[in-house]
Design a protein around this ligand. Structure first.
Ligand code: UDP
Ligand code: MG
Length: 219
């Protein structure tokens, strides 16, 4: 350091803390702190391959995979009134209130003991997105967007036979509408921040994964 440099440029941590006043409740972790939670949102229409590609990333990179839909489906089996509401909303292709999904995600993050997360199928609307960022203080490192034509997604959903209450043609059409109207704006929001990696998902899973895995080399 040269003597001419202003003191703020090389400010020692102790002095910086003094200047900052009383400490905040949870100080944000430094960008290079290995225990800082890092998140990638995995988005795309129903049947675009979010779950399939996430499973491969878990296997290769050991990241934690949190599927919002899977967490909600487990929650709906709880037998509680809230579980019944979730079941009804899923059957209709509607988006469950943010506070329900976010508390399930937060608990799963805490219980995982991991710090790198793929969050699959969330956020599904602007309110989901803003509430999550506000409540957790986390913004995603980037967003994977699986772009796939509706007719391809429709064929996959009707062919998968997972016993889901929402994989019927009537609910599938509703889910497509909700995706375009409510979820695409979330992708556009992150795109404007330069955070979206768009993947052509209308290809065999293996081929899609070759492209996806490259994005995780430095995650
Ligand atoms: N869902 C929700 N909020 C979420 C994720 C899922 O309300 O953050 C509900 C919604 O009703 C959705 C359903 O769960 O249609 C299934 O979501 P999932 O991601 O499992 O399936 P996808 O529609 O992407 O195939
Ligand atoms: Mg899924």
């Amino acid at each position: 350091m040269t003597v001419a440099e202003p003191p703020s440029a090389g400010c020692a941590p102790a002095a910086a803390a003094e200047l900052a006043g009383p400490p905040k409740a949870t100080p944000p972790k430094a960008k290079d702190d290995p225990t800082r939670h890092k998140v990638v949102f995995v988005l795309g229409g129903p049947g675009s391959g979010k779950g399939t590609q996430s499973a491969r990333l878990v296997e290769e990179f050991g990241v934690a995979h949190l599927s919002a839909g899977d967490l909600l489906r487990a929650h709906m089996k709880s037998g509680s009134p809230e579980g019944q509401m979730v079941a009804d909303m899923i059957k209709n292709g509607q988006i469950v209130p943010s506070h329900v999904t976010i508390s399930l995600l937060q608990r799963a993050m805490d219980e995982s003991g991991k710090h790198k997360f793929l969050i699959d199928g969330f956020p599904r609307n602007e309110e989901n997105r803003a509430s999550f960022e506000k409540q957790t203080g986390i913004s995603p490192e980037f967003v994977l967007f699986f772009d796939c034509p509706e007719e391809v997604m429709e064929r996959r959903l009707l062919g998968r036979n997972e016993g889901r209450t929402d994989d019927n043609i009537e609910t599938i059409r509703k889910r497509f509408h909700v995706f375009i109207d409510s979820s695409m704006p979330v992708i556009q929001y992150y795109d404007a921040l330069g955070k979206v990696a768009r993947i052509n998902a209308d290809r065999p899973a293996e081929e899609v994964y070759t492209e996806v895995r490259r994005l995780f080399m430095e995650f």
